[in-house]
Design a protein around this ligand. Structure first.
Ligand code: ATP
Length: 615
């Protein structure tokens, strides 16, 4: 796939370089960087209306066909192929489609619906061959071509190695000629590293692609650097199952234990007015774990920023956790309280839930990126350049532990202090740099319940609902959950869940799920006939669930084929923990992670498990 895509990119570079940016975005089903909040995801009903009007079919007919096929894209392509048109329209070009998609995403308000439909129709009637399928899927926001972002970046690296772009027009159409396969591979690897590292520091194709075309791949680090205002993909942690694992993983190198606060991740960016000017608070921004712009959610935090920066601190990027806080009792409050805050456009005077920001990392200071500096250095800079105020701006509590007893002690302190557990991080050496965008073994999370349970909780996608009975009549009483396979193309059933919900919560969730009900399962759902729910949902909601353990299952499909040809893995005694509104279905736990969690269980490790088979 990478080679195939890179050949396409090469022809774009050689023939119509202005199509490269739209092409990259469209392969990723994106329109702009996440923090621009410009997204597709047109409701199925509108798409059916548009397709129906163009092809002389009723919405009911299309709906029935989708129920059979499980995919509106396939149904739309079929309808388009059998449709007769008087005039053949000119073929669709990448730029035209991309600009139209952007226009559609920008249209808002009730009156925009008909305009959107008209725009979709103008594209749809020009589709040839299989284009209608992918156009409709793009509009739905579910392209599903099995291409992860890393593969697109790899294809780009391969393309610019073979066909290096040249602003002067002297294109080399095949630079792989005349060098040995080893030399060629080394060049591709070097370019891939440059492109991927640049993308980590500056996740913005609008900035990267023009530089790539104009100045070549080598100049990316010079032109596309970490910049306040452009959110980085955050570093994430791996779960550790016990204190001993920390010592095994860090192999004698020094590590630190920080409290793991239970709130919402916040990347706070403060640019300066000019390169060495004063901080520009009017352009300060707060980004979520997914690079969404959360600035309007936290006007209170923004207001306090000037008190945080010392006099000679001009610009910075801070990695923090925002936690609900009771200023009277001077106490951290549970995550559930934080989640009651307004998500957007909060008015400072209306804010009821106060927050304290716990800062744990510094990624940029006074014009300099710090992601490759050791954590110990970044911490020193955090101490020297910022003022802390209890209950408003605090440093994450930490202790540099050297013995298992110390770690145990710190874990109990953290839990007493209303934290989930510890984040354990390498302090020095190459392992202590900030691994942008990576779930890294250089950060380990140790939660109190890992010590007893199976390790981490699972973030699963809700794909079906079972009507409640008795006290739960009128709402769903249980749900079918799925994980996603590693290519992100399938949702594989993982367990049925009916525990951990209050009746009130079930009502809220039932109302929330209403808008995601679909007539039939998607073609990419994998489940057993014995688990067919009363209602199917499109993949939209992600729930965090805890379980007693994981077992091989003849009926659930998670990770089927990875460990056993016929059996999947399922969660035993699953329990709802909370909704993960900050995660998209694409960020749910993967089949590979489920398999790893299964294998990490002591019973499986020690091979003493009599393979349990659940219902
Ligand atoms: P979960 O939050 O369920 O553990 P996750 O996938 O959101 O999972 P992880 O990498 O597993 O993210 O855990 C790290 C999260 O913990 C961070 O995203 C951050 O929000 C939070 N956190 C709280 N305290 C710290 C800290 N001291 N250092 C790093 N992250 C912290």
């Amino acid at each position: 796939m990478v080679e195939f895509l890179s050949n396409y990119f090469r022809s774009v570079i050689a023939l119509t370089p202005d199509d490269l940016l739209p092409s990259v975005y469209m392969c990723l089903n994106q329109l702009a960087p996440a923090y621009h909040s410009l997204e597709l995801g047109i409701a199925e009903t509108y798409l059916m209306k548009a397709v129906g009007q163009c092809t002389g079919r009723t919405v009911a007919q299309l709906r029935a066909a989708v129920a059979r096929e499980g995919d509106l894209g396939t149904v739309a392509a079929h309808a388009r192929a059998t449709q007769r048109t008087m005039f053949q329209q000119p073929p669709l070009k990448a730029r035209r489609v991309f600009n139209a998609l952007k226009d559609i995403a920008r249209m808002t308000g009730q009156a925009s619906v008909n305009k959107k439909i008209a725009k979709i129709q103008s594209l749809f009637t020009a589709c040839r061959n299989c284009e209608a399928k992918y156009l409709v899927r793009s509009l739905e926001g579910k392209l599903r071509i099995g291409l992860a972002e890393q593969s697109v970046l790899q294809a780009l690296a391969l393309a610019v190695t073979v066909t290096p772009p040249s602003p002067q027009g002297q294109l080399m159409l095949d630079a792989s000629k005349g060098i040995s396969p080893e030399q060629f591979k080394a060049r591709v690897d070097a370019n891939a590293l440059l492109i991927k590292t640049t993308y980590c520091e500056c996740p913005n194709y609008d900035a990267i692609i023009p530089v790539l075309l104009e100045h070549g791949v080598e100049s990316l680090p010079k032109h596309c650097r970490l910049t306040p205002g452009v959110p980085l993909k955050p570093m994430l942690a791996h779960p550790a199952r016990g204190v001993q694992e920390l010592f095994d993983r860090f192999e004698g190198s020094q590590f630190t234990c920080e409290w793991k606060y239970d709130g919402e991740r916040a990347q706070i960016h403060v640019p300066s007015t000019t390169d060495d000017g004063a901080p520009d608070y009017s352009r300060a921004a707060i980004f979520s774990r997914n690079q969404e712009n959360n600035t309007s959610k936290y006007p209170d935090v923004l207001c306090r920023l000037p008190s945080l920066l010392k006099d000679n601190t001009r610009s910075c990027v801070l990695d923090c956790e925002v936690v609900a806080y009771d200023p009277v009792q001077k106490q951290i409050l549970p995550f559930q309280i934080l989640s009651t805050r307004k998500r957007k456009d909060a008015n400072e005077s209306d804010i009821k839930v106060q927050v304290c920001v716990f800062i744990f990392d510094l990624l940029y200071l006074n014009g300099e990126p710090l992601v490759t500096s050791p954590l110990r250095k970044r911490r020193e800079l955090l101490s020297e350049n910022f003022n802390y105020t209890p209950g408003e701006w605090e440093r994450a509590t930490h202790k540099d532990c050297t013995s298992a007893e110390e770690v145990q002690q710190e874990l109990s302190e953290g839990v007493k202090g209303s934290c989930e557990g510890l984040m354990v991080k390498a302090l020095e050496g190459p392992r202590s740099k900030y691994d942008i965008a990576r779930r890294s073994h250089n950060w380990l999370k140790l939660k109190k319940d890992y010590l007893e349970g199976v390790g981490d909780t699972v973030d699963a996608v809700v794909i079906g609902g079972y009507y409640g009975k008795g006290k739960r009549a009128g709402t769903y009483g249980g749900f079918l959950l799925a994980c996603r396979d590693d290519q992100g193309d399938e949702y594989q059933s993982l367990c049925k869940i009916g525990t951990g919900f209050t009746d009130e919560l079930l009502q809220t969730l039932t109302a929330e799920l209403k808008q995601h009900v679909i007539d039939a399962p998607r073609s990419y759902y994998r489940y057993d006939a014995g688990h067919i729910p009363d209602a199917w949902f499109s993949p939209a909601l992600v729930w965090e669930v805890r379980c007693a353990d994981l077992s091989l299952s003849p009926s659930h499909r998670a990770a089927q084929g990875l460990l056993d040809r016929d059996k999947g893995i399922s969660l035993r005694f699953p329990r709802f923990v909370r909704s993960r509104d900050d995660k998209t279905p694409e960020q749910a736990t993967t089949a590979q992670q489920i398999m790893q969690m299964y294998l990490n269980q002591d019973q499986v490790k020690n091979n003493t498990q009599t393979q349990q088979v659940e219902d």
